[in-house]
Design a protein around this ligand. Structure first.
Ligand code: SME
Length: 154
C-alpha cells in the first residue's frame, strides 16, 4: 500500500503531448510510448504496441525482445483475447493460459491494456515481464494513462 509505482504515467503523457505538438506523426508517438515505458525498467522488460487493422493486430512499435508475432488475429492469444472480450488482460503467470502465444522462454507474465477511443478499440499496449505477477492495480493504472493519451493523440 502506498508504494510509488515503477511506471510514472504522467511523465510519459507529458512527453507524448510535447511530441504531438511538434507534429512527429504516429510511428514516432508509438515508438516513444514503447521506449518510455521500457525505460521504467523491470518489471517492464519488453513493450509492444499492437494496433488494430480490421480483424488483425499489427505490431507497429516495440522495445525489448523481438517477437515472431507481428500479426495476431482478434481472438488469438492474450492480445487477441483482449480485443475480442473488450477487457484488459493482466496475466500473472502465462503458463496458466491455454492459448498463450509465446515469444520467448523468459517471459513469465503479461499485461495488455487496450487503447480505446470511446467504444472503438484502436490497439493495445502489451507488456511482457520476466517476473511473476508484477503488475499491481497501481501499475495498471499508470499504463492506462499512457493508453488513454495515445487514444487522443494518434
Ligand atoms: N503473448 C502474446 C503475444 C505477443 S508477444 O507477447 C509480444 C499473446 O499471447 O497474445
Amino acid at each position: 500500500m502506498g508504494d510509488i509505482p515503477v511506471l510514472q504515467g504522467d511523465k510519459i503523457v507529458s512527453a507524448l503531448r510535447g511530441a504531438f505538438t511538434r507534429d512527429v506523426g504516429r510511428p514516432a508517438l508509438l515508438a516513444m510510448a514503447a521506449e518510455r515505458i521500457h525505460s521504467a525498467g523491470p518489471p517492464y522488460h519488453s513493450v509492444y504496441l499492437y494496433m488494430l487493422h480490421g480483424q488483425e493486430l499489427i505490431l507497429e512499435a516495440f522495445v525489448g525482445r523481438p517477437t515472431d508475432h507481428t500479426r495476431i488475429p482478434v481472438g488469438s492469444g492474450v492480445c487477441g483475447t483482449a480485443v475480442a472480450t473488450g477487457q484488459d488482460q493482466n496475466i500473472g503467470d502465462v503458463r496458466t493460459i491455454g492459448n498463450y502465444l509465446a515469444c520467448n522462454l523468459e517471459t513469465r507474465s503479461e499485461l495488455v491494456v487496450l487503447i480505446r477511443r470511446g467504444s472503438m478499440i484502436l490497439g493495445q499496449i502489451d507488456i511482457d515481464s520476466d517476473v511473476p505477477n508484477p503488475f499491481t492495480a497501481d501499475e495498471e493504472r499508470e499504463v492506462k494513462k499512457v493508453a488513454d493519451a495515445l487514444a487522443v493523440l494518434l
